[in-house]
Design a protein around this ligand. Structure first.
Ligand code: AQP
Length: 341
């Protein structure tokens, strides 16, 4: 088997399952913006088919799909140089997803911690789609032959499963066709935690709005949420080691570092000895300075949904031009007769 060289290509996606959070911004979108440039082809997707693995009101889903695209554009995803589209408009994703359902093993799916977290005690009642979600995610990545996937820490296991699926497919069919995708989990804020409970990650669908910063929150709301964020009575120490076990404090330091493009070490040096009465307002001011221009631009874009749809359609055509030939080659490898080719 000869080794195939794959074009360096980044793929990542975000579910339009509600308003985006600071976790989505720092763990994903901000880093997607940074990866644009000469080193990679970049493809970013609003993964609407993943959103419907849990119930979505149709009108809310339409709104969230356009708003998620608007958030990416407003944050600096350039639709001329990056391919930006919504997943359902490129059917090759779902089609390869089915083939991967036949490659992935039930035992692998049973080990997915995100499914266990999301299904909770209700595993019998959740959708089959929620269970199969990682196999569709593998298809999203591999139908573009993506080599690099920038994600937050919570998605690491799913990218590892993508590698397992690619390896099993290549092995079973004796080909070197799908690349071994690398997860790219970098930066100070790869796992932004819930503001009210530092043991849980910040999520769009978390129960209380006070536990997350939404990308569209106004200045007063951001200040209030950070002010009420759970912490401990201690002041900030002068080194990171001393933050061990203080998960809420560490989370706020990491958020500050992520927003200011610096390291947690630099933040702790700057704020050594500071109490929360000083640190929290500084963090709120920083978050407002970074998020307000983005949310202003999002609302400008949302005033013209037809223009967002036009950009998504253009992106879908570009995505299809990459994905369709890869799907067709997969069909040939598997032995599906393409009688209509
Ligand atoms: N708290 C987080 N910290 C860092 N990164 C995060 N991401 C999500 N939450 C955090 C990253 O954002 C990208 C898109 O995630 P997603 O929307 O597709 O799915 P998710 O990880 O399930 O996000 P949510 O916010 O928790 O959504 P819900 O509540 O609807 O399930 C991914 O790269 C993810 O790592």
């Amino acid at each position: 088997m000869s080794k195939v060289e794959h074009t360096p290509r980044v793929f990542s996606g975000i579910k339009p399952s509600g308003g985006l959070t600071l976790g989505n911004y720092l763990g994903a979108i901000k880093r997607w913006v940074d990866m644009q440039g000469p080193d990679f082809e970049t493809t970013y997707c609003v993964v609407d088919l993943h959103a419907i693995t849990v119930w979505q009101d149709p009108a809310d889903l339409r709104h969230a799909t356009r708003e998620t695209a608007a958030a990416m554009l407003a944050s600096g995803i350039n639709p001329d140089t990056s391919t930006l589209f919504n997943q359902s408009q490129v059917p090759a994703h779902a089609e390869l997803g089915w083939i991967f359902n036949c490659v992935a093993r039930v035992g692998w799916m049973n080990r997915m911690t995100q499914f266990k977290d999301k299904a909770g005690k209700n595993a019998e009642k959740v959708s089959l789609g929620l269970y199969a979600y990682p196999s569709l995610m593998a298809a999203d990545i591999l139908v573009h032959h993506a080599t690099h996937v920038p994600v937050g820490e919570d998605q690491k296991q799913h990218v590892e499963l993508t590698r397992d699926i690619a390896a099993k497919f290549n092995h079973d069919y004796k080909v070197d066709f799908f690349p071994m995708t690398e997860p790219v989990i970098e930066g100070p804020a790869t796992r932004v935690m819930n503001l009210r409970d530092g043991s849980k990650k910040m999520s769009k669908s978390g129960e209380s709005d006070m536990e997350r910063i939404n990308m569209t929150d106004d200045a007063a709301t951001i200040a209030k949420k950070f002010k009420k964020a759970r912490t401990d009575p201690e002041a900030l120490p002068d080194n990171l080691e001393a933050l061990k076990g203080r998960v809420e404090a560490r989370n706020l330091v990491d958020i500050y570092a992520g927003l200011s493009d610096t390291t947690p070490e630099a933040v702790i040096t700057e704020y050594a000895g500071a109490g929360w009465g000083r640190f929290k307002p500084a963090l709120a001011d920083l978050a407002v300075a970074k998020l307000a221009p983005i949310s202003d631009e999002m609302s400008r874009l949302m005033d013209d949904p037809a223009e967002i749809d036009r950009l998504l359609a253009k992106g879908a055509e570009r995505a299809e031009a990459v994905a369709q030939p890869i799907l067709e080659k997969t069909y040939d490898i598997v032995g599906l007769v393409r009688s209509r080719k």
